[in-house]
Design a protein around this ligand. Structure first.
Ligand SMILES: Nc1ncnc2c1ncn2[C@@H]1O[C@H](COP(=O)(O)OP(=O)(O)OP(=O)(O)O)[C@@H](O)[C@H]1O
Ligand SMILES: [Mg+2]
Length: 249
């Protein structure tokens, strides 16, 4: 369903060139729940935005639903996003001028779902997320946890083929975090494919497997169990001094 081959993403700003993704090969089958972990700056969000067709790679191949999409135009990507993808970001990206109900309804409007059906689907997901009583509020009138739940409702209302989540519990207390994770688990059991970035090893375990990124590359499972690689041992101190300064957290 999701397959990348030698995926590379370079960012160029003024004189600095960053290789955010360096030949990433991943494969996600339909129905999987995959967690992505790795230290800050290792390329997780970059990978997620390419998988979510928000950005295109510098080189390499990305097959989504069996189609090569790496060279899609912005317009084609937008169409594909609306048809197949649901996003949950850490910063909720709710539209301030729209009520809770209207925010959650938006993906269904994009898909031209008839109004009566929209009403039923939005009502059901708001109930499920425990925010139906706030349906006429605006985002600014909600707590952080409530906003996050609206964002989750919006990502899920259209029953997308793939849900991409970038630290979906980042702004939640542990009770609401567990609630969102439980919901993702439930959606996965109902057939949604999920790719989730998280810094939490315990949330990562909700997935079937974890992909570890480090400096833009996929690496084997780290041994220290918290999703970060231990500092690489350097054979000679002298060589170590000559390395470009890489901050390993
Ligand atoms: N638009 C951009 N322009 C230039 N550099 C960028 C851009 N977006 C990301 N980068 C760089 O690419 C690298 C990967 O960034 P990315 O946001 O993917 O990291 P991350 O793993 O999601 O980190 P975090 O855990 O802190 O969210 C970083 O070095 C970052 O500075
Ligand atoms: Mg990130």
């Amino acid at each position: 369903m999701i397959k990348t081959t030698d995926l590379v993403k370079m960012f160029t700003t003024e004189e600095v060139e960053t290789t955010a993704l360096n030949s990433v090969n991943i494969n996600v089958e339909r129905g999987e729940f995959v967690s992505i972990m790795g230290p800050s700056g290792c390329g997780k969000s970059t990978l997620l935005s390419i998988l979510g067709l928000l950005d295109s790679p510098s080189s390499g191949s990305y097959e989504f639903l069996g189609e090569e999409v790496s060279n899609y135009s912005e317009r084609e990507r937008a169409d594909y996003r609306k048809q197949h993808l649901g996003f949950i970001f850490q910063s909720f990206n709710l539209i301030d001028d729209l009520s809770v109900y209207d925010n959650v309804e938006l993906p269904l409007v994009y898909r031209e779902v008839p109004k009566s059906q929209r009403r039923a689907q939005v009502g059901a997901i708001l109930e499920q997320m425990g925010i139906a009583h706030r349906r006429n509020h605006y985002p600014q009138q909600l707590s952080g946890g409530q906003q996050q739940r609206v964002a989750v409702a919006r990502a899920l209302v259209s029953d997308p083929d793939v849900i991409l989540a970038d630290e979906p519990t980042g702004n939640l207390d542990s009770a609401h975090g567990e609630e969102v994770m439980g919901l993702l688990k439930q959606l996965n059991a109902q057939g949604s494919t999920i790719v989730m970035v998280t810094h939490s090893a315990s949330y990562a375990k909700y997935g079937n497997r974890t992909i570890y990124l480090f400096d833009g590359s996929v690496v084997d499972k780290p041994t220290n169990g918290n999703g970060e690689l231990p500092k690489t041992p350097q054979p000679e101190e002298e060589n170590y001094e000559k390395q470009p300064s890489t901050e390993v957290r």
